[in-house]
Design a protein around this ligand. Structure first.
Ligand code: PMP
Length: 320
C-alpha cells in the first residue's frame, strides 16, 4: 500500500476508532433492520453511494424522535416537520405522514425497540452531481436504536456545564432556519466540539444579533423570579419538546415569555434548562462563569415531562 504523510495521525485515529468500537459498535456495523425507500433491509445494507447530492451539498433533512414504551412521542408532528423541512429545501419527500408513521413503527418492531430513538432522514440522490439537482431522486431511510439519557444520568441530576460558542446561529435570510436541514448542523458540530474540547458538555449558541438562541441540539429556557423566559424561535427550530414544555408549564400556572433574551441576563437567572427530543428536559448547572441551581421549577417540569412521555395512553395521538 502507498504510504502518505499523515499515516501516523491516521493510525492514531484508527486506534481511537477501534477503542470507541470496542465500547460501542459503529452505527454502520450493527445487527437489525433499517427502512430504506420503502423496504426493511438488513442494517448493514442500508447504504448510499459516495456520489450522492445529499452528502456533497447537504441537500438532506432529518428528524429525531423518541420511542417510549413502544410509541413515538409526537409522531405526527415529527413526520410533518420532515416533510416541511424538505419542502423548505425545495424537495418533496415521496411519503405521507401516515406512511412514515407506519414505516417508523415497523422499524421499531423489527429491531425489538420499545424505548429508544428514531432517526428518519431524506436526501437527494445521484442523478445530478452539480449544484443543480432538480432531477435527483429523493431517498428516505428510518433507523431506530436504544438510547438512554443524552447527557447521562449525571447530567439529569446535577445539570450540565455549558460554554458560549464562538459560532452564531445565522439570520433566517442567510440559512433556512426553520428546516431541520443537515447543513445547519455544521455549526452545531463545530460548537459542540469546541465545548467538549474544553471539558463542557454542550455549547450555548447566540444568534447573529448576539441574542441567546439555543444549545447545539436543544432549545433553552431561563427561570427568573419564578417565570420562564425562552428566546423567540425566529432563527432556529421551534422544538417540539420546547412547545410541549411550554404547555406543561402554562398548565401548571407558570408565566412563559417568548422574547429576545440577552446573554447578560444569565447573571441574574436562577435556573436554566434545555429541551429537545434527545435531551428531553436537562438542567444546566452553568454557562461560562454563570452558575445556576437545579431548582424547583426545573424539577417540576422535568417530572411533568417524564410523566407525560411515560404515559402514552394519555397522549393526544391516534394509535398507529
Ligand atoms: N434545536 C436544535 C438545533 C435541535 O437539533 C433540536 C433537536 N431536534 C432542537 C432544537 C429541539 O427540537 P425538538 O424538541 O423538536 O427535538
Amino acid at each position: 500500500a502507498r504510504r502518505f504523510p499523515g499515516t501516523l495521525a491516521a493510525g492514531a485515529a484508527q486506534a481511537n476508532a477501534r477503542q470507541v468500537a470496542m465500547s460501542m459498535p459503529p452505527y454502520d456495523d450493527r445487527d437489525g433492520y433499517i427502512w430504506q425507500d420503502g423496504d426493511l433491509v438488513p442494517w448493514r445494507d442500508a447504504t448510499c453511494h459516495v456520489l450522492t447530492h445529499g452528502l456533497h451539498y447537504a441537500s438532506c433533512v432529518f428528524e429525531g424522535e423518541r420511542l417510549y414504551h413502544g410509541h413515538i412521542f409526537k409522531r405526527d408532528e415529527h413526520h410533518q416537520r420532515l416533510l416541511d423541512s424538505a419542502r423548505i429545501l425545495g424537495f418533496e419527500v415521496p411519503y405521507s405522514v401516515a406512511e412514515l408513521n407506519e414505516a417508523a413503527n415497523a422499524v421499531a418492531r423489527a429491531n425489538g425497540i420499545a424505548n429508544g430513538y428514531v432517526r428518519p432522514v431524506a436526501w437527494r440522490g445521484s442523478e445530478q452531481m452539480g449544484i443543480s439537482a432538480q432531477r435527483n431522486r429523493i431517498h428516505v431511510a428510518i433507523a431506530a436504536w436504544t438510547w438512554g439519557d443524552y447527557f447521562g444520568s449525571d447530567g439529569r441530576l446535577q445539570g450540565i456545564r455549558m460554554r458560549t460558542a464562538d459560532w452564531k446561529r445565522p439570520s433566517p435570510e442567510t440559512a433556512p432556519a426553520k428546516s431541520k436541514a443537515a447543513g445547519l448542523y455544521m455549526i452545531c458540530v463545530l460548537s459542540k466540539h469546541q465545548a467538549e474540547a474544553e471539558g463542557y458538555k454542550d455549547a450555548l449558541m447566540l444568534d447573529y444579533r448576539g441574542r441567546i438562541a439555543e444549545a447545539t441540539g436543544a432549545n433553552i429556557f431561563l427561570v427568573r423570579n419564578g417565570e420562564l423566559h425562552t428566546p423567540e424561535p425566529d432563527c432556529f427550530l421551534d422544538g417540539i419538546t420546547r412547545r410541549t414544555v411550554m404547555a406543561l408549564a402554562r398548565e401548571r400556572g407558570y408565566t412563559v415569555r417568548e422574547r429576545a433574551v440577552m446573554p447578560e441576563e444569565l447573571a441574574d437567572t436562577d435556573e436554566v434548562f434545555i429541551t429537545g427530543t434527545a435531551a428531553e428536559v436537562t438542567p444546566v448547572a452553568s454557562i461560562d462563569r454563570h452558575e445556576f441551581t437545579v431548582g424547583a421549577v426545573t424539577r417540576e417540569l422535568m417530572g411533568a415531562f417524564e410523566d407525560l412521555v411515560n404515559n402514552p395512553a394519555s397522549w393526544d395521538q391516534a394509535p398507529a
